[in-house]
Design a protein around this ligand. Structure first.
Ligand code: PMP
Length: 428
């Protein structure tokens, strides 16, 4: 291992050797050197309550000993070979996933990242339907590859100025100035319109996140996805649900789409499946899976170490009932945030399900409170809390802690938030 160099030198090295596109949240970002379940430690020994979990990755906590044991055991036995031979962990994982996936979804194709999983899902939809085009929602983020970036609406995540024109974007269930239900109805009307318009015939699938993470924790009303599915079915269009950020107990159910009572045609998973180990998958039913016929496999996707880790993740979620924990603690967090909203007028909206919660901040004049959002993040960091932010205008506080967080941690977070919100009018 290289000798310790410290945060300043890391920034220098980043500037010298990485691409300039990497960005930070803080003026002086902490150098994280250690993780222990819901806590992170920086190079100066400061302890933080992690309320971001590496963007919904570390659902089972940092360096979770039970999961690490499975990873290390597999690493010491067999790390990697090729899918041309037979290995057990990947098929065991596929079997386990089949038992927790919604409805008739039971076939998995393993890869390494969320982008890859979505790329595969989009390809599968094309192969199955024989159609080329897609619908995606405003505020969406589906990945960094060409097609997934093409289905990504958030301008800051669309690095390529000339993305594929096969995607039609429609309004999502969000509006700052009108009730959510109204915005959701308009979103569905826009989907229907896009389908029948002569420019957007030939649509293979609509891709959507059940709760839009980077888009600002946009949470459609409970009836939205059922109505959406009915519209799509009428036109022979598949529904791809991107659970990359919402999957694996984050919202109080194994998958967020379960809150909506809908079984999608294809579901994509990544992040929390590996709890820090790169593993992802697109999953579908027996009817659609045979459309992918050419020999196709990802070199490292679902390798023995990643698969064994993911099995241990599923074991851990079940053993400690993390769905129930996320539901219960999510209620506590939401209750607390709603109480803060009554007190602090900068809080425009509190939304989300379980431990996937967003707080949208607006200034008095109704504009996005982006500087205030940064101020809150900085203040909380000083108080030992790492929180996220997202939204098109970077004015949504993102609460996505490891699901092993305690009630005491939530109380501490809410207390500190209350104090920091109280500082805003005096400081800015
Ligand atoms: N889908 C969603 C909803 C995401 O949040 C992300 C990443 N933030 C991706 C896809 C892409 O995943 P990855 O970075 O693993 O490629």
């Amino acid at each position: 291992m290289n000798a310790y160099i410290g945060p300043e030198k890391i920034i220098e090295k980043k500037k010298a050797f990485l691409f300039p596109c990497s960005h930070h949240f803080y003026k002086n970002p902490p150098q994280i050197v250690k993780g222990e379940m819901q806590y992170l430690f920086d190079s100066k020994g400061k302890k933080y309550l992690d309320c971001f979990a590496g963007v919904s990755v570390m659902n089972c906590g940092h360096c979770n000993p039970e999961i690490l044991e499975a990873t290390i055991r597999q690493m010491k036995t067999l790390q990697h070979t090729t899918t041309i031979y037979l290995t057990q962990p990947m098929v065991d994982l596929a079997d386990r996933l089949a038992h927790v996936l919604p409805g008739d979804l039971r076939r998995s194709f393993f890869c390494c990242t969320g982008s890859e999983a979505n790329e595969g899902a989009l390809l599968l939809a094309r192969l199955f339907t024989g159609k080329r085009n897609f619908i995606a929602l405003n505020h969406s983020l589906h990945g960094r590859t060409y097609l997934t970036m093409s289905t990504t609406a958030i301008p800051m995540w669309r690095a390529d100025p000339e993305l594929d024109g096969c995607v039609t974007f429609v309004p999502n269930a969000y509006s700052r100035n009108k009730p959510l239900e109204e915005a959701a109805v308009e979103s569905l009307e826009a989907v229907e319109k896009a389908i029948v318009s002569k420019n957007t015939h030939n649509i293979a699938a609509l891709i959507a996140e059940p709760i839009q993470g980077n888009g600002g924790m946009i949470t459609p009303p409970s009836w939205y996805f059922q109505k959406l599915k009915t519209i799509l079915e009428k036109h022979g269009i598949l529904l791809i649900i991107d659970e990359v950020q919402t999957g694996f107990a984050r919202t109080g159910k194994m998958f967020a789409i379960e809150h909506y009572g809908v079984v999608p045609d294809i579901i994509t998973v990544a992040k929390a499946l590996g709890n820090g180990m790169p593993i992802a998958a697109f999953c579908t039913n027996d009817r659609i899976a045979p459309a992918l016929t050419k020999p196709s496999a990802s070199t490292l996707g679902g390798n023995p170490v990643a698969s064994s880790t993911a099995i241990a993740v599923l074991d851990y979620i079940e053993k400690y009932n993390l769905c129930a924990a996320a539901e219960k603690l999510g209620h506590k967090l939401k209750e607390g945030l709603l109480a803060l909203q009554k007190k602090h007028p900068i809080i425009h909206d509190v939304r989300g399900i379980g431990l996937m919660m967003g707080v949208e901040l607006l200034k008095e004049n109704g504009q996005a409170a982006a500087e205030e959002t940064d101020f809150i993040l900085e203040e909380l960091k000083g108080r030992g809390i790492l929180l996220g932010k997202n939204g098109l205008e970077r004015n949504v506080l993102a609460f996505q802690p490891p699901l092993v967080i305690s009630e005491e941690d939530i109380r501490f977070l809410l207390e500190q938030l209350d104090m920091v919100f109280g500082l805003i009018k005096f400081t800015l």
